[in-house]
Design a protein around this ligand. Structure first.
Ligand code: PXP
Length: 243
């Protein structure tokens, strides 16, 4: 469960509520098996204080999303999240737009992976579902790949969506064949997550916007609990419809 959006609402007034640390505790009580926050360079939503408190309060796993910069590697080395997910970061973007360019910059990303490993932190790379990116991630020693599901989630028609679904499946399979743990995230919601779950290839889902959007209407605990059921319950026969 990604709680960045809770911090976004707090920052809209610059006050103390709602507190993403409280939201994380409620999410865990409702069945979330990990808490994710993205500490951005511009601190537009999550703050350093959130990350430090979450390190003390999260009972499941803390995944710190971050850019591969010296500053962020320093924060991670101090806070020691259970996992650091390296993401590309642009100031102008509304959310993380594309995957990390690992194949085109193996030494740059590789040195960040090495430094995080030296601090005892496992590393996930957020990449597009492209074979070159998956292979490069393996080569530079990533522990986990998080495959970007945004193009699948945003596909306009059923034809495009099926094509994107196939790309996801191939990337998940390649990652697993290479011995990586495979996660998925971005744009997943209560409808489009089910076919991905049905593949049975993804060990973790990283979901924020859809859960917080539903939480505004039905409450956080219900929104989290409903998503937990979806990601844990493959729908029989659903995959056949997608093949
Ligand atoms: N994974 C990564 C790496 C992300 O940057 C984000 C967005 O913060 C997500 C997953 C979650 O995406 P969404 O909010 O669309 O569920």
């Amino acid at each position: 469960m990604n709680v960045d959006h809770v911090a976004t609402i707090r920052q809209a007034r610059g006050g103390v509520e709602p507190d993403p640390v409280w939201a994380a505790a409620l999410a865990e009580l409702a069945g979330a098996e990990g808490i994710i926050v993205h500490l951005r360079e511009d601190r537009r939503h999550v703050q350093d204080r959130d990350v430090r408190l979450l390190r003390q309060t999260v009972q499941t796993k803390l995944n710190l999303e971050m850019a591969a910069t010296d500053e962020m590697i320093g924060v991670a080395a101090e806070v020691k999240p259970d996992l650091s997910t390296l993401v590309p970061e642009k100031r102008q973007e509304l959310t993380t737009e594309g995957g990390l360019e690992v194949a085109g910059n193996p030494s740059g990303i590789g040195s960040a992976v090495e430094r995080l490993h030296a601090a005892g932190i496992k590393v996930s790379l957020f990449i597009d579902p492209e074979p070159d990116q998956v292979r490069a991630s393996r080569e530079i020693g990533a522990d986990v790949i998080e495959i970007h599901t945004g193009r699948y989630a945003d596909a306009a028609g059923q034809g495009d969506r099926r094509a994107e679904f196939k790309r996801l499946e191939a990337a998940f399979e390649l990652g697993l064949d290479l011995g990586l743990s495979v996660s998925a995230g971005h744009g997943l919601n209560y409808v489009n997550v089910q076919p991905v779950v049905a593949l049975g290839l993804v060990s973790e889902f990283s979901i924020g916007h859809a859960i917080i959007s539903r939480a505004v209407l039905v409450g956080l605990e219900r929104a989290v609990a409903e998503m937990v059921v979806l990601v844990k319950t493959p729908v029989p026969g659903l995959l056949e419809e997608w093949r």
